[in-house]
Write a protein that binds this ligand. Sequence first.
Ligand SMILES: CC(C)(COP(=O)(O)OP(=O)(O)OC[C@H]1O[C@@H](n2cnc3c(N)ncnc32)[C@H](O)[C@@H]1OP(=O)(O)O)[C@@H](O)C(=O)NCCC(=O)NCCS
Length: 180
Amino acid sequence: MERSSDSVISLRPLDISDADDFMKWYSDEKVSKFCSWDAFTTKEAAIEYFAKTAIPHPWYKAICLSGRAVGSISVTPFRGYDKCRAEIGYVVASEYWGKGIATAAVKMAANSVFMEWGHLERLEALVAVENTASQRVLEKAGFTREGVLRKYYLSKGKPTDAVIFSLLSTDPQVNYFMDA
Ligand SMILES: CC(C)(COP(=O)(O)OP(=O)(O)OC[C@H]1O[C@@H](n2cnc3c(N)ncnc32)[C@H](O)[C@@H]1OP(=O)(O)O)[C@@H](O)C(=O)NCCC(=O)NCCS
């Protein structure tokens, strides 16, 4: 757990009862702009994504502020020869931006996955070059900026330059004794 102003930030497994709170950012184009998904226009579509993608995901947590879901964070493991690494992704509802919530959540998630998955050597994040807020989050959480991958993926159908960041299990910023 971490504190932001007077509120406690924590991570917990998803529950189907979080669906209403998740709608706050699933339907917000400011949030979906840099995400692989488009903002949902109906609650049914959001619930289907929540039930079929988020709940069965191997590591997908609600980011909570004083117990209430205000965002989500996931860590997706790679398989086979690449299983030494995993990719982190996160969103925070726009009304809560700028309070240090994503930074605290990324630190907690990194500590948790390095502790839970003993084989994990590297946690990485790919961020659109225009997404300066997300790059700042990763810098504050102790990730190393490794470079720019030109036209690396399609964002809303458009080839996008991505900044790649990483955190290694051996980096001194990783604190295995932090309570997540
Ligand atoms: C990126 C995101 C998760 C950040 O969440 P947050 O809780 O506001 O993050 P934090 O408060 O921990 O830190 C944000 C930092 O970015 C900075 N920032 C915000 N907007 C910025 C901008 N347009 N340019 C540069 N820095 C910016 C903030 O000032 C803060 O840095 P500081 O503490 O040095 O002042 C949130 O904006 C979001 O959900 N965006 C949409 C989804 C997304 O982009 N997810 C990541 C995909 S890679």
